[in-house]
Design a protein around this ligand. Structure first.
Ligand SMILES: *[C@@H]1O[C@H](CO)[C@@H](O)[C@H](O)[C@H]1NC(C)=O
Ligand SMILES: *[C@@H]1O[C@H](CO)[C@@H](O)[C@H](O)[C@H]1NC(C)=O
Ligand SMILES: *[C@@H]1O[C@H](CO)[C@@H](O)[C@H](O)[C@H]1NC(C)=O
Ligand SMILES: *[C@@H]1O[C@H](CO)[C@@H](O)[C@H](O)[C@H]1NC(C)=O
Length: 596
């Protein structure tokens, strides 16, 4: 408010001055010009900007123009801004500071040369919609072409419209960079802004790129991206979830792809730090050597600070996968129903019974009690063995990350996922990199010692299981999920493709394209998590469980037979030794057996 008052005072003061200086005829002309410009701006402000809650930044640098133009601008501002209820919030300042940048979406410039426009635009670090009023008596087309060249090639800003006022009407120009004959056209094209709707002022010009090539940095990362570098048509060479996505976007926007390998080759994505140090694909985008990158690229604040990003188009969950601990062996099962101390007690009682029983006969009530006790013990033993075989439990695995860490687990991961562990303190010093692709980490896990967990995403696991169905019973997922991550598509800073492609991705997401594509992964046969109590039941299908149940029972019978055979062997050996001790020569043995 204060600002407005100040300007109003200034304006009225200068307007008085003007009247004294100009000829009446010239004055009328100026008035008419100011009317035209003010009417056009008013139309755009009311029907375009106000409808979308956009605020406007006006640089006070217009004061550097020639005196008569400054007066003209002041008149225009007076007419279009100081109405009783101005439609949009306006910031009039020398410079746009950071705080204001976040809230202001439109920039209004009054200039008389291309240099002025460029100088003002340089002071604004984020790309905004630009309305440029060109007040010059020189040939206008070359100036406009220069302005458009700057905005298109230096700023990647396509939302620029130049208003050229005349006494009759105000003409509006923008560029159409992609035409059937050119991919970098900066020729001013006159447009009709109609009622000043935002879509009339800044029409979408990226719906059809007329087969122009866009360069995409891509790298192999199944199941997201698979590239056949030898394919003659880059479109056919792309596969995988993100590969298909890029193909759909290219078809929709009618551009051709030029695939650029990541640098150094084989790198997945790249490092990015808040201080602006980037590597790999992100470095290439910062240096503007490509137009787009996609391929399981996580959305991070440092990347969206220095690059242009879409909103997240997909999500991925990070988990820890461990080898399933085998079930108990049959001999362990035979020992299992009673704990160590129960077995100890049992054998002590039996020993006592044997020693006492060999000396004197027990009274019959005690004997009956003894028999009953033996019966109960036997029945409970059998029942719990049966229960055990029926449920086939596995040895317990850790359920939370903390339990795993306390249990002395170490982790392996691929070099791309490793970057994420740098932000999680618990992983520090406990994680090693396994060479190759993220999906190869499971092969390494299979060979690693038991106390190893793979830090990876569910999608990689699902992809691995497509090729190795059998592994699903040999792996378990730590019950505690570690983190979720979002995937974004990246562009060079300011790139005008970001908005257009973001819209496309949003539509595709609403349409369910990603779920549709990712159905080829084995989501339904994922391993169980470590908090599932009886994985035996959930991971076997019913026919499978009948078969495995039968096999397990049989192996139990076999084990019992083995035990019996063992006991028989022992008694035969004892019998044989006793027989031998009858002979004269083995007096030591005879003495021993007499004792026993
Ligand atoms: C604009 O802002 C007003 C008030 O803050 C709000 O009620 C309205 O829905 C907004 N309009 C749009 C298009 O965002
Ligand atoms: C896409 O671009 C090519 C090359 O300019 C053109 O022949 C074709 O008609 C365009 N397709 C569409 C749907 O406009
Ligand atoms: C940026 O930060 C990273 C990690 O903290 C460091 O390795 C790199 O040297 C830094 N770069 C600059 C230019 O300071
Ligand atoms: C597209 O990439 C090329 C380099 O491959 C670059 O010269 C051009 O400026 C980029 N255009 C956009 C709009 O990003």
């Amino acid at each position: 408010m204060e600002l407005r008052c100040a300007v109003a005072v200034l304006l009225s003061a200068s307007l008085c001055g003007v009247r004294a200086m100009l000829w009446p005829q010239q004055l009328a002309l100026e008035e008419q010009l100011a009317d035209q410009i003010a009417a056009t701006l008013q139309k755009i402000f009311t029907n375009g900007l106000a409808a979308h809650n956009c605020s406007v930044f006006i640089s006070s640098a217009y004061e550097e123009m020639d005196a008569d133009r400054v007066i003209l601008v002041q008149r225009v501002l007076h007419r279009s801004l100081y109405q009783p209820n101005a439609p949009v919030p306006v910031v009039l300042a020398t410079e746009m500071n950071r705080k204001i940048t976040a809230h202001v979406f439109t920039q209004l410039l009054f200039v008389q040369s291309a240099e002025q426009a460029i100088a003002i635009a340089e002071g604004v670090n984020r790309n905004r919609m630009c309305l440029i009023v060109l007040l010059t008596s020189q040939p206008k087309r070359p100036i406009m072409a220069r302005i458009f060249t700057y905005f298109m090639q230096e700023r990647y800003n396509i939302n620029v419209v130049i208003l050229v006022p005349g006494v009759q009407r105000v003409q509006a120009f923008n560029v159409r960079p992609y035409t059937p004959t050119s991919c970098t056209s900066v020729e001013p094209v006159e447009i009709d802004i109609n009622e000043g709707d935002l879509w009339d002022v800044f029409p979408s010009r990226l719906k059809n790129l007329h087969g122009c090539p866009l360069s995409a940095v891509v790298w192999d990362i199944p199941p997201y991206m698979r590239i056949d570098w030898k394919s003659s048509d880059p479109m056919d060479g792309l596969d995988g979830l993100d590969g298909k996505l890029l193909r759909i976007v290219a078809r929709k926007m009618n551009f051709t792809l030029r695939l650029i390998p990541n640098e150094p080759e084989g790198l997945i994505g790249g490092f990015s730090f808040m201080n602006g140090t980037f590597t790999g694909a992100y470095k290439m985008l910062r240096e503007r050597r490509a137009n787009i990158t996609i391929g399981c690229a996580a959305c991070t604040p440092e990347r969206s600070t220095f690059l242009e990003a879409t909103s997240p188009y997909s999500q991925m969950a990070y988990i820890i996968v461990m080898r399933a601990r085998g079930g108990y062996s049959i001999y362990e099962v035979m020992l299992f129903p009673f704990e160590k101390y129960t077995w100890l007690l049992l054998s002590t009682v039996l020993g006592l019974h044997w020693i006492v029983g060999s000396r004197w006969r027990m009274p019959s009530p005690i004997l009956a009690g003894w028999m009953l006790w033996i019966f109960v013990i036997r029945a409970s033993y059998e029942a719990s063995v049966f229960n055990f075989i029926h449920n086939s439990p596995v040895k317990p695995s850790p359920r939370t990350l903390e339990q795993a860490l306390n249990g002395g687990f170490r982790f392996i991961t691929d070099h791309a996922t490793y970057r994420m562990t740098l932000q999680i303190p618990s992983f520090q010093g406990k994680t090693s990199i396994s060479a190759g692709q993220p999906v190869d980490v499971f092969d390494a896990l299979m060979k690693a010692p038991w106390k190893t967990g793979a830090f990876t995403s569910r999608a990689f696991l699902a992809d691995h299981l497509v090729r190795h169905r059998k592994h699903r019973n040999r792996l378990v997922i730590l019950a505690e999920k570690i983190i979720d991550n979002m995937l974004c598509v990246y562009f060079p800073y300011g790139s005008y493709f970001a908005w257009e492609i973001n819209n496309l991705l949003f539509k595709m997401r609403s349409f369910g394209i990603f779920q549709h594509h990712s159905q080829i992964l084995a989501w339904n046969s994922m391993p169980t998590t470590t908090d599932t109590d009886s994985p035996g039941q959930t991971i076997h299908s019913s026919t499978e469980s009948a078969v495995t149940g039968f096999a397990e029972s049989m192996s139990f019978v076999l084990a019992a037979l083995n035990c019996l055979m063992g006991a028989l062997c022992v008694s035969i050996v004892v019998f044989g030794l006793e027989l031998l001790s009858q002979r004269r020569r083995w007096t030591g043995l005879a003495w021993l057996f007499e004792r026993v």
